[in-house]
Design a binder for this molecule. Structure first.
Ligand code: S3P
Length: 433
């Protein structure tokens, strides 16, 4: 635990580049490990979550070399070249590592066990283990393989047609990875479109994968081919700076080279709807993903209603949406957010508790939150808040603290290492005190 006082800022101003996209980095490590030939990655996300994925493949005897400046080179083992790990694979705090690996391990001809930290061991896994069992996998774990740790004995899988009960890119991705090894095609239907990094990267590595509206279909693969990838900046990390610049008077921030996958850009659209001054420019393509630069200037925000569909492409930005709502004029209601209860922490509960302690009028709903915005101006601050060991709660509350009179003490800021170890250093770069 690393408690810290986050002091107020007069404004934020400057230009920066944020670390590579965490979601895309996981996919690059996984596909590079099971491809043939060398995969080189530049701009890999530097956090603990991605390290867990790297270590899991090292434990399965994949040769992965790290170089300075977040570069990685992987000697792909091929689709059938992974070795049985000698120990339990530890996914740490990373739901993406655990769920995507389960899909892959279900198809390997060996035994493996995956576990995670205290938070990950409370997160639901039946959404992955049930369809994998339907494909023929042998999986055991607590509550009928509903929670980590789970043990997996890989089997010859069969392709299935599966309708996801919850919109989840992690579950979709696990089934697509299993589908690479299955007999026959695997089809996954989503209730709503979720981030499609796995589909884009599988196509880049040569897999036969097709989308038709809400349905994705993958054919069994004979081989994948290693690639050289440059990963764009993580919009979920850039988002902290967008919100800081929106709410702090006279602020202006430019973030260069940010991933602009349409299923990840929800915060940009929502901010625009709230009246923010935010523009995307210099659009290009990087590793099969759109990317570009984003400029944000301070502007008055207005409270709005945010529904399930809008939220889905800003799912990881919920804590920040609560910060925007706090400094907006009027009420903001966010609904259809029940998945937020089972993220790294119960993010609805965490934000409601923090805002109440700061004197903001908040109503916690089963599937969301209602916040009476205070409009422009600073909160008093001067309180101690709990981050619940959740990186995104810690960073969102830090942004909020900048717009207070007395600052805010956070009980644990070390958790930012999960996705953005240099967050506080980068924040200092743009803060004017
Ligand atoms: C992710 C998918 C989302 C997201 C998580 C990363 C991914 O989770 O919240 O941070 O990389 O596929 P769900 O699949 O649980 O919605």
């Amino acid at each position: 635990m690393n408690s810290a006082l986050i002091r107020p800022a007069v404004r934020v101003s400057g230009e920066l580049v944020v670390p590579g996209d965490k979601s895309i980095s996981h996919r690059a490590i996984i596909l590079g490990s099971i491809a043939e030939g060398t995969t080189r990655i530049a701009g890999l996300a530097p956090g603990d979550d991605n390290r867990r994925t790297i270590e899991a493949f090292r434990a399965m005897r994949v040769e992965i070399r790290e170089a300075p400046h977040n570069r990685l080179s992987i000697d792909g083992a091929g689709l059938h070249g992974l070795s049985e790990p000698e120990n339990v694979l530890h996914a740490g705090n990373s739901g993406t590592t655990a769920r995507l690996l389960m899909g892959l391990l279900a198809a390997q001809p060996f035994f493996s066990v995956i576990t995670g930290d205290a938070s990950l061991r409370t997160r639901p896994m039946a959404r992955v283990t049930e369809p994998l069992r339907e494909m023929g996998a042998t999986i055991y774990g607590r509550k009928n393989a509903g929670y980590l740790p789970v043990s997996i004995k890989g089997e010859r899988l069969r392709g299935i047609n599966y309708s996801l009960p919850v919109a989840s890119a992690q579950v979709k991705s696990a089934l697509l990875l299993a589908g690479l090894y299955a007999t026959g095609k695997t089809t996954v239907e989503e209730p709503q479109r979720t981030r499609d990094h796995t589909e884009r990267m599988l196509a880049l590595f040569g897999a036969d994968i097709r989308r038709n509206e809400l349905t994705v279909r993958i054919a069994p693969a004979r081989r994948l081919k290693g690639r050289h990838l440059r990963i764009p900046g993580d919009i979920s990390s850039a988002a902290f700076f967008f919100v800081a610049a929106s709410v702090l008077e006279d602020s202006e921030v430019v973030v260069r080279d940010v991933g602009l996958n349409p299923m990840r850009c929800g915060l940009v659209d929502i901010l625009k709807k709230m009246g923010a001054c935010i523009e995307v420019f210099n659009i290009k393509e990087e590793c099969g993903e759109p990317a570009g630069d984003i400029i944000v200037k301070e502007a008055p925000l207005e409270g709005i209603e945010i529904d399930r569909a809008e939220l889905l492409s800003a799912i990881d930005e919920f804590p920040l949406l609560c910060v925007c709502a706090t400094f907006a004029e009027g009420r903001t209601t966010i609904r259809g957010a029940e998945e937020l209860r089972v993220k790294e922490s119960d993010r609805i509960g965490a934000m409601a508790e923090a805002l109440k302690k700061l004197g903001v009028e908040v109503e916690e709903l089963e599937d969301g939150i209602m916040i009476e915005g205070r409009g422009k101006g600073r909160l008093k601050g001067g309180v101690r808040l709990e981050t619940r060991g959740d990186h995104r709660i810690a960073m969102a509350l830090s942004v909020l603290a900048l717009n207070t009179e007395d600052g805010i003490e956070l009980d644990d800021t070390g958790c930012v290492n999960i996705s953005y170890p240099e967050f506080y250093r980068d924040l200092e770069e743009v803060i004017i005190r």
